[in-house]
Ligand binder design. Structure first.
Ligand SMILES: Cc1ncc(COP(=O)(O)O)c(C=O)c1O
Length: 387
C-alpha cells in the first residue's frame, strides 16, 4: 500500500482538499518543471528545433504507456477535452434516422457537440438515465445503456465514471455492444484516467479524450487524446504546419506537403510544443506512472472505506465500491438536509468537496489522510444535527 504522498505537495495543513475531480493540486516537481520551462524562453537560442518534437514525443509515450497504447503516434496533444471531442464531432458521418447514445447529466463538453450535430442532421440524441430507486442503481444504469444501443446507433459517448457521482460504466460490455452494431465508442477519460486503470487494447475505444488538470495531475490547458484507426483519414480542426509530414526540417517548411504526420498527430493543437505546459505534463505523467492507477484506487478505497460505512449509518446514500470509482463518489443526503447550509458548514471547516447534480461529490487522492476524512465526516454529521 502506498503511504500518504502529501509531502510531495504544498497543500495547507488546515485545509481538507477532497476535490481532485475539480482540479488536482500541483506536486512540487510539476511546479518546478513549469518554472524551468518558463525560464527557457529568456534565451530563445537555447530552444532548438528538436525541442519542438522530443518533449511532445516523450509526453505521448508516457500517456500511451498509462492507457496501454502500443504506438504513441496514436496520441494527440489537445488543449481541452472539448477540443478532443470536437475532433470526433468533425469526423463522425451522421444521417437522419440514426442515433447517438450518451448518459444523463453528462459533462457539457461531451453533450454540446452532439446536440449541435444531431440538430443539423436529423439524428436522435438518446440520453440514458439511471433508475429512480437507489437499489442497484449502477447495474440498472448500465443495463439501460446497453438496451439503448441498436442497429441505428452511430456512436456511444460517455465517461468511464460519471463525473457527478462516480457511477462506473461497464465499458467492456458497452464497447462490445457498440462494435456489434458498428457504432463508435468515444470515452471522456477526464474524470478517471490517471486514477483508475484504463486499457485501450482491452476496451478498444475509437477515441479516448482526457484533460490533464484533474487525475493526470498536470497543468490547465493541456490534455491528451487517443484516436483509433476509424479517425486515420480524418480532418483536423486546424491545418497546423507541424502536423504535416517532414515538419522536423524547418528549412524546408515552404516545400508544402499534402500528407499529414502519421497516426493521430494531425489532430495536435496548434503550438502543441508548449515549453511551459509540456514539461509540467511530463513530470505529472511520470509521477502518476510511478504511483500507478491501481495503487491510487487501493489507497482511496482504504482511506474512505470506514467513512462510507459511517456515512451510510447516518443515512447518506453511497454506491457500493463495485459500482463506482474509489477516487470519486457521490453522497446522496438524507431527507431534510438543506444543501446550502451543508455547503456553508463544509466551507466553514475548510472541507473542500463539490456539489454536482444531486450529489455531494467527494474525490480523494494520495495526498489525503485520515484527518481529511474525519473532518468530512464531522462536517456532514454536524449538518444533520442542524436539520
Ligand atoms: C467529465 C469531464 N470532462 C471534461 C471536463 C473539462 O472539459 P474541458 O477540458 O473541455 O474544459 C470536465 C471538467 O470538470 C469533466 O468533468
Amino acid at each position: 500500500m502506498l503511504p500518504c504522498q502529501k509531502s510531495l505537495f504544498d497543500l495547507p495543513d488546515d485545509e481538507h482538499y477532497l476535490n481532485c475531480a475539480y482540479m488536482s493540486p500541483l506536486a512540487r516537481a510539476v511546479e518546478a518543471a513549469g518554472a524551468g520551462g518558463l525560464a527557457r524562453k529568456r534565451v530563445p537560442s537555447r530552444l532548438s528545433p528538436t525541442d519542438f518534437f522530443a518533449e511532445t514525443d516523450r509526453a505521448r509515450t508516457l500517456f500511451a504507456r498509462l492507457v496501454n497504447v502500443p504506438d504513441p503516434r496514436r496520441i494527440a496533444v489537445i488543449p481541452s477535452a472539448s477540443y478532443g471531442l470536437a475532433v470526433v464531432a468533425r469526423n463522425l458521418p451522421l444521417a437522419a434516422g440514426q442515433n447517438l447514445v450518451i448518459t444523463h447529466e453528462q459533462f457539457p463538453a461531451n453533450v454540446y457537440p452532439w446536440r449541435k450535430r444531431c440538430a443539423a442532421n436529423g439524428t436522435e440524441l438518446r440520453v440514458v438515465g439511471p433508475p429512480e430507486a437507489a437499489a442497484e442503481r449502477g447495474r440498472l444504469f448500465n443495463e439501460r445503456l446497453l438496451e439503448a444501443i441498436d442497429a441505428r446507433t452511430v456512436m456511444v459517448a460517455l465517461g468511464h465514471v460519471h463525473w457527478t457521482d462516480g457511477t462506473r460504466f461497464n465499458l467492456e460490455a458497452i464497447g462490445t455492444r457498440a462494435r456489434e452494431v458498428g457504432a463508435a465508442l468515444v470515452v471522456d477519460g477526464t474524470q478517471s484516467v490517471g486514477a483508475m486503470p484504463f486499457d485501450v487494447e482491452r476496451l478498444q475505444p475509437d477515441a479516448l479524450v482526457c484533460a490533464a488538470y484533474k487525475w493526470l495531475m498536470g497543468p490547465y490547458s493541456i490534455g491528451f487524446a487517443y484516436y483509433g484507426p476509424r479517425f486515420d483519414a480524418g480532418e483536423p480542426l486546424e491545418e497546423t504546419w507541424i502536423g504535416r509530414r517532414g515538419s522536423e526540417n524547418f528549412k524546408e517548411l515552404v516545400n508544402y506537403q499534402d500528407e499529414y504526420q502519421p497516426g493521430a498527430l494531425r489532430y495536435d493543437v496548434g503550438e502543441r510544443s508548449n515549453f511551459v505546459l509540456m514539461p509540467m505534463a511530463i513530470a505529472a505523467l511520470e509521477q502518476v506512472l510511478e504511483w500507478t492507477p491501481e495503487a491510487i484506487q487501493a489507497y482511496c478505497a482504504a482511506l474512505t472505506g470506514d467513512l462510507v460505512d459511517r456515512l451510510r449509518a447516518l443515512g447518506f446514500g453511497v454506491e457500493g465500491l463495485d459500482g463506482r470509482g474509489a477516487h470519486l463518489f457521490g453522497l446522496r443526503t438524507p431527507p431534510g438536509v438543506d444543501i446550502q447550509a451543508l455547503a456553508a458548514t463544509l466551507a466553514a471547516r475548510c472541507v473542500h468537496v463539490s456539489l454536482r447534480g444531486s450529489a455531494v461529490r467527494v474525490s480523494p487522492h494520495v495526498y489525503n489522510d485520515a484527518r481529511d476524512v474525519e473532518a468530512l465526516h464531522d462536517a456532514l454529521a454536524a449538518s444533520l444535527q442542524a436539520r
